[in-house]
Design a protein around this ligand. Structure first.
Ligand SMILES: NC(=O)c1ccc[n+]([C@@H]2O[C@H](COP(=O)([O-])OP(=O)(O)OC[C@H]3O[C@@H](n4cnc5c(N)ncnc54)[C@H](OP(=O)(O)O)[C@@H]3O)[C@@H](O)[C@H]2O)c1
Length: 290
């Protein structure tokens, strides 16, 4: 699979990224297979967050890396921080909230490094925009982590355009992505300027829930009448629809089944015709473009 720079200053990621949000639902053996199948298919980038699986998924992934440390050099690791919720593992938190203080960002990264069994992250994202975000603190935390070599690149997730732009003004190196929900069930980013801002900044989008969390593949059958024309499955068509965008968009897939990773990887093998792309958009929205 093609590797592509997510920003001219890096990092290079696989065009499809494997997300670990749902991995606490499967066995350690299956986690080993999800990692190995991804790598076998050229999907070298893995998306995490500190809180996935009630703060357990990074650690589950780290167990696999501890067993086989040679895997680390073959992959890029992304994680996120900044959301805190009530959990037996976080006894000090009594209300769900965001924390983008310098102290928390640095603590969270150091914890993620321990959990993931690695000495650096390829990309750190602020998970959600925080109304109490102080850009000086975030910039200072990012600069310290970069200088220490603990995090190589930085970005955000679920930020609006003004929030992205504002933070970028304070951070002395590029924010390389905004990870947002984009799929045929969530097309707003194509029309509200989110993707245009990223292109202007020479950054790329990472698309979470590219199959609408599975709903798209299960329910929107009419939209996928292209399946036989492209000899492709519904999930491959849904991913090819995202890959066709020039932003570019890096879909972050969420399956817990190794064979579905193999299936997803094949979606880079064909390019949707422009009219087919628009017809799928029309079916998704229920109206033709003006
Ligand atoms: N930044 C954020 O705020 C944010 C939010 C949510 C997610 N994320 C990231 O995005 C990743 C993907 O999210 P997601 O899990 O909602 O993505 P998704 O790929 O849209 O949905 C995956 C779900 O669809 C199901 N599914 C049904 N048919 C499928 C098929 N043919 N192929 C593949 N999957 C099929 C999967 O079930 P099976 O497991 O049975 O295959 C799984 O439950 C997460 O792992 C996480 O890394 C980020």
């Amino acid at each position: 699979m093609e590797q592509r720079l997510i920003h001219p200053q890096g990092p290079a990621f696989s065009r499809i990224i494997t997300g670990a949000w749902r991995w606490h639902t499967v066995s350690p053996d299956t986690i080993d297979r999800l990692i190995q199948t991804s790598l076998d298919e050229g999907i070298t980038t893995f998306d995490h967050a500190d809180l996935y699986g009630d703060h357990s998924n990074e650690e589950l992934f780290g167990v696999a890396l501890k067993k086989n440390p040679a895997l680390r050099d073959k992959m890029q690791l992304v994680t996120k921080c900044g959301i805190k919720f009530r959990s037996a593992k976080r006894p000090g938190t009594w209300v769900k909230h965001y924390d983008t203080s310098k102290e928390h960002i640095i603590w969270s990264v150091e914890n993620s490094l321990r959990m993931l069994h690695t000495d650096h992250l390829d990309l750190l994202l602020i998970h959600r925009p925080d109304p109490l975000l102080d850009p000086h603190e975030v910039a200072s935390a990012f600069s310290q982590l970069k200088a220490q070599g603990k995090v190589l690149h930085f970005g955000v997730s679920n930020f609006t355009r003004p929030q992205f732009y504002m933070l970028q003004k304070f951070v002395p190196f590029p924010l390389v992505t905004n990870q947002i929900e984009i799929s045929l069930t969530h097309v707003d980013a194509l029309f509200n300027g989110d993707l245009d801002l990223l292109m202007e900044q020479q950054a790329s989008a990472m698309a979470w829930s590219p199959l609408g969390g599975g709903r798209l593949v299960a329910n929107e059958r009419e939209m996928f009448s292209k399946a036989s024309k492209y000899n492709a499955s519904y999930s491959q068509l849904a991913l090819a629809w995202l890959l066709r965008h020039p932003a570019p968009i890096f879909p972050v897939i969420g399956t817990t089944k190794p064979e579905r990773i193999t299936e997803a990887a094949k979606s880079i093998a064909f390019t949707l015709d422009r009219q087919d792309w628009f017809e799928m958009l029309q079916w998704a929205r229920g109206f033709e473009v003006p």
